[in-house]
Structure formats: structure tokens, C-alpha cells
Design a protein around this ligand. Structure first.
Ligand code: UT7
Length: 331
């Protein structure tokens, strides 16, 4: 029997309507368009407005976009995974609600969280389920409503993040397309540098924590930046070497969109032409688990069967890594 690999067979995406531009941010915190653009490459990001709308709203829209574009019968989906750092609620799974709302009535569903590497690590989980031969259609959704955990008083953080989601369908492939190799790592020493201290099981929210806003995300930007540059580039280089890929053989770098300078540094390390680097950070900022699938959704029309894609991500934890995947269809 030929080897089964996990191939991507459809993608979808969704970003909310409200556009938070650098100009609007200038009226909220002490910043300016020139600083944000030159330090991060971001011009605007999307924010989900509306009462009771959480991450599942974004996930459902992205999944529906995939389902409609591909005439997919949702009852044929076996598993729905929502990769997110901002679940709707504690205890209740965002994925279970999402699966029901999209009509995936024969699926089981669960959430995974590895901060900005959630979608990347999710790809690894999906690959193992598909390779087992047990599951045939798995929907992996990367979705985050980052605006729910950001202080719009903190100029060092609020300028980076946005809300958004992307959905990707994986199916078994026996022609050699799909996930080929992965290099994934974590280092808990990093949690001091990117975290929300209160609101989890270690530290309950108190009157003082509310005043100090420590239930919002805090980041030591410089330290995160340095670690992201080193580790994303290092993981990418390792994947290339291990698979005997030089930059001529790579068609696309699909890198987490946190800061354009981090993405450029990764591309430079492997001397990749900027035309092969997927980039949409200027429109959406950092959507955490949404960045990789939103890139695929935006670039789908340019992807060709057999293209070699290198995924790379870095995020809180720290968690990071790189995945090599060959694209399985012409859109
Ligand atoms: O997905 C993973 C999550 N996060 C990341 O990957 C973030 C990684 N880090 C970064 O992207 C960058 O560190 C930032 C964009 C957050 C900050 O850029 P930076 O070039 O590292 O700036 P900095 O923190 O070194 O600050 C430089 C200066 C400081 O002023 P002084 O002390 O030199 O006078 C900051 O106070 O820029 C100031 N600054 C700002 N100025 C205008 C910080 N934020 C802003 C701002 N507007 N929004």
C-alpha cells in the first residue's frame, strides 16, 4: 500500500469588517504611522466588534467560506480542530460549538493552544490523524480575537495585534503531496516575556490586577523579537538541510506574521527571493493562530500543484518550528 500523507485540499478565510488603521491608533496611544510601519510593516488590522461575538464567530465564518467555495458537505468532516489562544470561554470548547454551527454533525472537535504556533502545531496533529488512515477529512481552523486580550493603552503591544481566522481542510493523499517533515520546539523559559499574568488558574483576576491591567497581554518586545528571529530562521534552515532543499526548490515561505522584520530575517537566512515570501501583515497585523491559514487563503490562486511550501512560526511559551509541505492542487 502507498504511504498516506496529509494534503491540504481546500482553504477559507475571514477577517471582520472594522479596520483599525495606524491613523486611528494615533488618536488612542502615543504612536504614529511612520513608527509602526517602519518597525513592524503593519498599516492596519481588523477588529471584531459586537456584543457576545467571540473567536468562534471568526472560526465559523472562515469555515463557512471554505465550505461554500468548495461545495463541501459538512457532515463528511471527521474532526474539527480550532487552534486558538483566545477561546470563547473557559471550560466550554470553542471547536465543539464551531463544529455544530457549521453543520459538522458527524465530527468530534477540540481546541489546541500553543500561542502564535497553535496552527503550526495543529498541522502536526492533523498529519498524524490522517496518516493513521482512520480519519479522512479534518478541518483545522486558526482563529483569534486578539482584541479581547489587548490593552489599547499599551502602545508597545496594541499596534501589532488584530483579529482574524483561516480554515484549512486536510485529506489523505497517496501521490506524495502534503506534509513532508516538521521541526517543532518549545522552551518554557520564554513565558516571562510574553504572557497575560492574571485570569488563568495561577492568578485569579483581582481588583488590583484589573487596575494594573495584568489580565491583558504583556510582552517584552525586544526579547521576543530576538528569540523569534533566531528560532524561526534556525528551524527553517534545519528543515531545508534535512530535506536537501536549496532556495531554488522552495516556492513559498509561509511565515507567521508578527513583524515584517522577523519575516524578512527568516527569508534572508535562507537567501529567499522576497517574491516567494507570502506577506499580508500590512493588512491584518498579527492574528496569532490566524496568520498561516489567512496567508494560504490570500495566496491560494497563486499556488500550484507540487509547489514546495515552508511554514514557520514563533510565539508565546516560547513555541516555534517549521514544516515542509507540498501543495496538492491547482486552484
Ligand atoms: O507573535 C509573537 C508576538 N510578538 C512578537 O513577535 C513581537 C516581537 N517584537 C516586536 O515586534 C518589536 O519588539 C516591537 C514592534 C514590539 C517593538 O519594536 P522595537 O523596535 O523592538 O522597539 P523598542 O521596544 O525597542 O522601543 C524603541 C522605542 C522606545 O523608546 P525609547 O525608550 O527608545 O525612547 C519605545 O518606548 O520606541 C518606543 N515605542 C514606540 N514609539 C512609538 C514603543 N512602542 C511604540 C509605539 N509608537 N507604538
Amino acid at each position: 500500500m502507498s504511504k498516506i500523507s496529509a494534503a491540504i485540499t481546500a482553504v477559507g478565510g475571514y477577517v471582520p469588517d472594522f479596520v483599525l488603521t495606524n491613523k486611528i491608533l494615533e488618536t488612542m496611544v502615543d504612536t504614529n504611522d511612520e513608527w509602526i510601519t517602519s518597525r513592524t510593516g503593519i498599516k492596519e488590522r481588523r477588529i471584531l466588534k459586537g456584543v457576545n461575538k467571540g473567536t468562534s464567530f471568526l472560526a465559523i465564518q472562515a469555515a463557512k467560506n471554505l465550505i461554500q467555495k468548495n461545495n463541501l458537505d459538512p457532515t463528511t468532516i471527521d474532526l474539527v480542530i480550532v487552534a486558538t489562544a483566545t477561546p470563547d470561554m473557559k471550560a466550554a470548547s470553542t471547536a465543539a460549538f464551531t463544529a455544530s454551527e457549521i453543520g459538522a454533525s458527524n465530527a468530534f472537535a477540540f481546541d489546541i493552544d500553543a500561542a502564535c504556533s497553535s496552527f503550526l502545531f495543529g498541522m502536526s496533529i492533523v498529519a498524524r490523524y490522517i496518516e493513521s488512515g482512520i480519519y479522512k477529512k479534518i478541518l483545522l481552523i486558526g482563529a483569534d480575537k486578539n482584541s479581547s486580550m489587548i490593552s489599547y493603552d499599551d502602545r508597545a503591544t496594541c499596534i501589532i495585534f488584530g483579529d482574524g481566522a483561516g480554515a484549512v481542510l486536510f485529506e489523505p493523499n497517496t501521490e506524495g503531496f502534503g506534509l513532508q517533515d516538521e521541526y517543532l520546539r518549545s522552551d518554557g523559559a520564554g513565558r516571562e516575556f510574553l504572557r497575560a499574568t492574571h485570569g488563568g488558574s495561577s492568578n485569579a483576576i483581582t481588583e488590583d490586577s484589573l487596575k494594573e491591567q495584568t489580565h491583558f497581554v504583556y510582552q517584552d518586545g525586544k526579547t521576543v523579537f530576538k528569540n523569534a528571529v533566531f528560532n524561526m530562521a534556525d528551524a527553517t534552515e534545519k528543515i531545508l538541510k534535512r530535506n536537501d532543499l536549496d532556495n531554488d526548490k522552495i516556492d513559498w515561505l509561509v511565515a507567521h506574521q508578527a513583524n515584517k522584520r522577523i519575516i524578512d530575517a527568516t527569508a534572508n537566512r535562507i537567501q529567499l527571493d522576497s517574491k516567494k515570501v507570502m506577506m499580508n501583515i500590512e493588512k491584518y497585523g498579527n492574528t496569532t493562530s490566524g496568520t498561516l491559514p489567512l496567508l494560504l487563503s490570500d495566496y491560494e490562486s497563486q499556488l500550484k500543484k507540487g509547489d514546495n511550501l515552508i511554514f514557520a512560526a514563533f510565539g508565546g511559551g516560547f513555541n516555534w518550528g517549521s514544516i515542509y509541505l507540498t501543495w496538492g492542487y491547482d486552484s
